[in-house]
Design a protein around this ligand. Structure first.
Ligand code: SF4
Ligand code: F3S
Length: 147
């Protein structure tokens, strides 16, 4: 029995507009049944696909400056990412995933992003926000990754 049926089964006179409330409850039940597991915001993660590429299209679109730069790739600070997804589609090698959608082979990158970005930020390094030239060999690496 869903919540709307429970409500209808209560046979008391309350003077409340039960029909209106019932319709509201039915609409809510329908929405919940279409979305049984509402998504919690999760940080995004730069995977090893960035390693050797560093195209940096991603850093320019991030509204909260949460990318930090290593020699061979960038990483996302998990506490600063607001889960806006703006960076996902601009990466030419599709290196960025929401944490909960991460392919299993990149599971280690969650900790890598967290540790490296926090170390850099805590040491006083600024986030990277401006695009720059990709690494030498990025075009070949992109091809090798199938893009
Ligand atoms: Fe920045 Fe949004 Fe990408 Fe998070 S998801 S790193 S906030 S662009
Ligand atoms: Fe790396 Fe893609 Fe950004 S290659 S630097 S995650 S655009």
């Amino acid at each position: 029995m869903n919540i709307a049926q429970v409500w209808l089964s209560i046979d008391i006179e309350t003077g409340i507009d039960r029909r209106g409330i019932t319709e509201l409850l039915e609409a809510s039940t329908a929405v919940l049944s279409r979305n049984p597991q509402p998504r919690n915001p999760m940080p995004h993660v730069v995977t090893d696909k960035c390693n050797g590429c560093k195209f940096t299209d991603c850093v320019e679109v991030c509204p909260v400056a949460c990318f930090y730069e290593l020699d061979n790739q960038v990483v996302i600070h998990p506490d600063d990412c607001i889960d806006c997804m703006a960076c996902v589609d601009v990466c030419p090698v599709h290196a960025i995933y929401e944490e909960q959608d991460l392919p299993p082979e990149f599971a280690k990158d969650v900790e890598f992003n967290a540790v490296q970005s926090k170390q850099l930020k805590d040491s006083g390094a600024a986030a990277i926000t401006a695009r720059k030239d990709p690494l030498p060999g990025a075009a070949e690496r992109k091809k090798a990754l199938g893009y």
